[in-house]
Write a protein that binds this ligand. Structure first.
Ligand code: HEC
Length: 420
């Protein structure tokens, strides 16, 4: 019952998180579009009022006329000034709650990677892994913020800064993929970026805007650096959005993160997201640089190539066949035809190694229902998921963290199974 309630809470939180993120990112994309679509006003009255740029739009059965003023609006800044921050904070808070409920609460199942090539990481306890994960979120923000402050404090070296930020993100991808389970690594790298996005809003964009509003109300000239810094941080946020969403989604596709080169795949996904975003940013300014999405697509094609299941995934079988001592080969030989693994044999392995979790009523503590909706105690379902089963077993993504201690020989049998 308790597990069930937790899962229900999980569903509600995820709903909130996705809705908040859609609203935040939607608004952010809208304002980037608006900023980049502004044209200098043509009429004298607007020019006199100091309009920096304007955009006319038709939407929802009506017409809109947006005008942007820099730091000197010729009107009272009254109480109905629309601010954008709750969408961002809600996204972060619900995201962190979800991360806590799923990953931190079950850190030994979902975070710790017992097969990490870094021995200290493989040996971490659940709580230790949880602390390291949270340290990534905090540390990521601190490092990113220092890069911005030191490299381009006056917003005049933003190009160099972008490169430094990109390198930082790739380093995070590399570290998380080596320390944590692949799925957690992708989520955490996305969360490091998303945390910096929300912290940009909280620590820089909103406080800067508040100072500007106070100055204007008090009749002082606002510090133009406040406006420029807000812009610098929102530009970073814009380039983070597509990669962050892609990383959060890739979490549901084990071919991305269960690969031995997962950190390269993740880095390429991030690069392609930023390239595609850049296309839209320029497009709003009237430039149609089709080379950008083409390059982004080419990068995705490289990902598809690296992430593709390797024919080599089935080679252990050939080896097992030639070794008399390997139990897999021995049993396969005993069953008559080594090329034809019987369904019963596969089913037996799945029952010992998988159904503790993948059953309608899992016996593995912490699971209320079959993960990913996959029941491996039902022969028809096993057959229908054959391709996926073979893939996750070959890549060693399943059994999760190899908690049920599946052997390489058993993996060889699954690799050889025809799927019937
Ligand atoms: C300790 C619990 C546990 C065990 C044991 C386990 N799984 Fe899973 N499995 C999970 C969880 C949790 C997920 C969902 C993770 C996700 O969404 O990527 C999952 C997801 C899957 C998926 C869907 C992944 C995808 O992205 O397509 C398949 C297929 C799968 N498991 C097969 C297996 C097989 C086959 C075994 C046994 C060899 C196995 N699992 C053992 C917990 C387990």
């Amino acid at each position: 019952m308790e597990n069930y309630l937790l899962e229900f809470a999980n569903l509600l939180l995820r709903w909130l998180h996705v809705i908040a993120a859609i609203s935040w990112i939607g608004e952010s994309i809208y304002f980037v579009m608006l900023d980049n679509s502004l044209h200098a006003p043509k009429d004298e009255a607007s020019k006199k009022r100091g309009v920096f740029g304007e955009m006319f739009a038709v939407h929802g059965g009506g017409f809109y006329h947006n005008q942007k003023f820099l730091t000197n609006p010729p009107f009272e800044l009254n109480e109905d000034l629309h601010w954008s921050f709750w969408k961002s904070y809600t996204t972060w808070l619900s995201g962190f709650a979800l991360f806590s409920l799923l990953y931190l609460a079950n850190a030994s199942i979902y975070l710790v990677n017992p097969s990490s090539s870094w021995e200290w990481a493989a040996k971490m306890s659940g709580p230790e892994a949880g602390v390291v994960a949270v340290a990534f979120l905090l540390g990521g923000w601190l490092v990113y913020d220092q890069l911005c402050r030191r490299i381009s404090p006056n917003m005049d070296r933003d190009g160099v800064l972008s490169i430094a930020v990109a390198v930082m993100v790739i380093v995070v991808a590399y570290l998380t993929c080596h320390i944590f389970q692949g799925r957690a690594a992708f989520l955490l790298t996305g969360a490091v970026m998303a945390t910096s996005m929300s912290a940009n809003v909280f620590f820089w964009i909103i406080p800067g805007q508040r100072r500007m509003v106070e100055d204007i109300k008090a009749g002082r000239t606002p510090n133009p650096l406040d406006g420029k810094r807000g812009k610098q941080r929102s530009v970073h946020n814009t380039y983070f959005t597509l990669p962050v969403v892609l990383l959060m989604l890739s979490n549901h596709y084990s071919f991305t993160y269960s690969n031995e080169n997962a950190w390269i795949i993740m880095s390429l996904l991030i690069v392609s997201g930023a390239l595609i975003r850049q296309y839209f940013v320029l497009r709003h300014q009237g430039k149609n640089l089709i080379a950008l999405p083409a390059l982004g697509t080419a990068v995705l094609a490289v990902v598809a190539f690296i992430a593709a299941p390797k024919p080599a995934d089935t080679t252990p079988v050939a080896k097992a066949d030639s070794t008399v001592t390997a139990p897999a080969a021995a049993t396969a030989a005993a069953s008559g035809d080594s090329k034809d693994v019987t369904f019963n044999k596969v089913d037996g392995i799945l029952t010992t190694r998988c159904t503790a979790c993948h059953a309608a009523k899992p016996t593995q503590p912490g699971f209320a229902s079959a993960p990913a909706g996959i029941h491996l105690d039902n022969p028809a379902e096993v057959k229908s998921h054959a391709a996926r089963i073979k893939q996750v077993v070959a890549s060693k993504y399943m059994p999760l963290a190899n908690m049920t201690k599946m052997t390489d020989d058993e993996r060889a049998v699954i690799a050889q199974w025809s799927g019937n």
